[in-house]
Design a protein. Structure first.
Length: 149
């Protein structure tokens, strides 16, 4: 069975879209509009702009306004890790939620079970980010044959 058809959800919804956007920016070697990137990764342009804004705040991409503007990588693909991207897009401020998800879970835990579960999940996330830092965008791109896809 092909792993491409499994529909595996990895991290927050923004993570997969962000990785795809970074790959397309790396492949282009230049500046792309959010609408162009959204079309390439099959996402809505408004959602793509939000993701790219978060990536810009994290120093992964650079944005340029105006008619000739768009987004480009701030550093080479071999210096951007999956961990960098995961960490950037997973930091959703309290009170906000991911598209299609419920509350963000911020606020007082209320009881000991929630507090202990939160500690476990924070540690799991740290380990996930550490593992993802072992893979650069350039390495991921090397694994994909774009001419057959």
């Amino acid at each position: 069975m092909s792993t491409a058809n499994r529909g595996v959800n990895i991290g927050p919804p923004r993570f997969k879209i962000a990785v795809h956007a970074i790959v397309w920016l790396a492949k282009s070697g230049g500046m792309l509009s959010s609408a162009m990137i959204a079309g390439q990764v099959d996402s809505h342009a408004t959602f793509m702009r939000r993701v790219l804004q978060v990536l810009a705040q994290a120093g992964i991409v650079e944005s340029k306004g105006g008619r000739e503007g768009g987004y480009s990588l701030r550093k080479p693909a071999d210096r951007i890790t999956l961990g960098d991207i995961y960490e950037a897009v997973n930091l959703v401020p309290c009170g906000e939620s991911e598209e299609g998800e419920g509350e963000s879970g911020c606020g007082a835990a209320g009881d000991l079970l929630d507090a202990q579960l939160e500690k476990i999940l924070v540690e799991a996330e740290k380990r996930t980010i550490d593992y993802l830092r072992n893979f650069t965008i350039a390495q991921v791109m090397d694994r994909v044959d774009f001419f057959r896809a």
